[in-house]
Structures are given as structure tokens and as C-alpha cells.
Write a protein that binds this ligand. Structure first.
Ligand code: 5GP
Length: 192
């Protein structure tokens, strides 16, 4: 998505450890117009997949996730990273190691929000090693729901998540594909 690549080029900062900081439009301050454009693109890509629900993870998956769900006219459910005191009901959960925070969180979703006839579109902000997406796939499997695909705003294709999804025949759509962050520069896939 050219709009997104241009924005990453303009506002993205490359941090040590192959981390791209895009706090000014996705990970802290959110640009709703850009997120709406991302949601429209996800909806266009998955319009024929019979999606019944978008599954994402708090916090940074929520903005693109809700926009995709809005465009697909389905609900969005976000996995929580801490089980809230108000959440007494049965939950599906999975361990997720955080690439940026270097800690393992348990993500959980109340069982009543996922059903065995659901066709889920998993949305997240970034795909790096694939831990967050694997956690959401695990949650979907626990509910016997079908995962029709994964949509991420940014895939760092040089890390393991992209290859893992391909090996497991999970459809992946990334709106920006970053092939390298070498020398503090963003190199998009397919660029010279
Ligand atoms: P994974 O689980 O695929 O290894 O990493 C994905 C998760 O880690 C995303 O949900 C995102 O929150 C975070 N993450 C991974 N790489 C980056 C990055 O380069 N920049 C930012 N801002 N977050 C990242």
C-alpha cells in the first residue's frame, strides 16, 4: 500500500534490534484516515473469504482490526493481555512471547465470543517472528473456528513469521513488506 509505505518512509524510525517505530500513526498516536485506508484494503483482499469476525490483539491491533471489521460488516474481538477482574467466564488463552518487550504474556479471549462456525480474519499491526499470530491461531483452534487468513499492517519478512505462515498454508496479506532494516534504513520488499 503506497500510502503506508510513504508514511513509513516519512515518519518511521529504525531502532536497534530490528524494531521499526511508527508511534506517530499506529503504535501510540493513531491516524484514523490511514487506518481506515488499511481497513478498506484488508476488506478488499478478504471480501470473498466469508469472514464472520476479526480477531486481533490489544493494544496496537485494535485500530486496524476495527477498521477492517467495519468495512467487512462483522464484529471485532481483541485478545486481552491481562485477564481483567471482570472476566470471570471461561476463556481461551495462549502464551505469547513479545518481540519488543521481551516478556511472555498470556492472551485470552472469552469463549462466548468465538464459535466453531466462525471464519476468522486475524489482524495485527506487525508480523515479526509470528508469536502473536501463533497465539491468536491457537485461540482460534481452541474454539474450533476457521482462520481464513492473517492481515498485518507491516510484515518484517526477514524474520520468521512470514515463512512460518507460508509453511503452514495460512494466507498472509501484508500492507507493507519490509525486507530489511539494515543500516538504520527501511528497505521494502521488491525495492532495488
Ligand atoms: P511477533 O509476535 O510476530 O514476533 O511480533 C509481533 C508483535 O510484536 C506485534 O504485535 C507488535 O506489537 C510487536 N512488534 C514486532 N516487531 C515490531 C516492530 O518492529 N515495531 C513495533 N512497533 N512493534 C513490533
Amino acid at each position: 500500500m503506497k500510502l503506508l509505505e510513504d508514511r513509513i518512509r516519512r515518519d518511521g524510525d529504525v531502532l536497534p534490534g530490528n524494531v521499526l517505530k511508527i508511534n506517530s500513526f499506529l503504535n501510540h498516536q493513531v491516524d484514523p484516515e490511514l487506518m481506515m485506508a488499511a481497513g478498506q484494503e484488508f476488506a478488499r483482499l478478504f471480501k470473498d473469504s466469508g469472514v464472520t469476525k476479526v480477531l486481533t490483539c490489544e493494544a496496537s491491533g485494535i485500530a486496524p482490526g476495527v477498521m477492517a471489521a467495519y468495512e467487512l460488516h462483522v464484529p471485532m474481538v481483541f485478545a486481552r493481555k491481562k485477564k481483567p477482574a471482570t472476566l470471570n467466564d471461561a476463556v481461551y488463552w495462549a502464551d505469547v512471547y513479545s518481540y519488543t518487550k521481551k516478556v511472555t504474556n498470556q492472551i485470552c479471549v472469552e469463549q462466548k465470543f468465538l464459535h466453531n462456525d466462525d471464519k476468522l480474519l486475524i489482524i495485527d499491526d506487525f508480523l515479526a517472528n509470528g508469536e502473536a499470530v501463533k497465539g491468536m491461531i491457537s485461540v482460534a483452534q481452541q474454539a474450533n473456528a476457521q482462520v481464513v487468513g492473517v492481515g498485518v499492517v507491516v510484515a518484517k519478512t526477514f524474520q520468521g513469521g512470514t515463512a512460518w505462515l507460508k509453511e503452514h498454508n495460512v494466507r498472509l496479506e501484508a500492507l507493507a513488506k519490509i525486507a530489511s532494516l539494515a543500516d538504520g534504513q527501511v528497505h521494502f520488499a521488491g525495492e532495488q
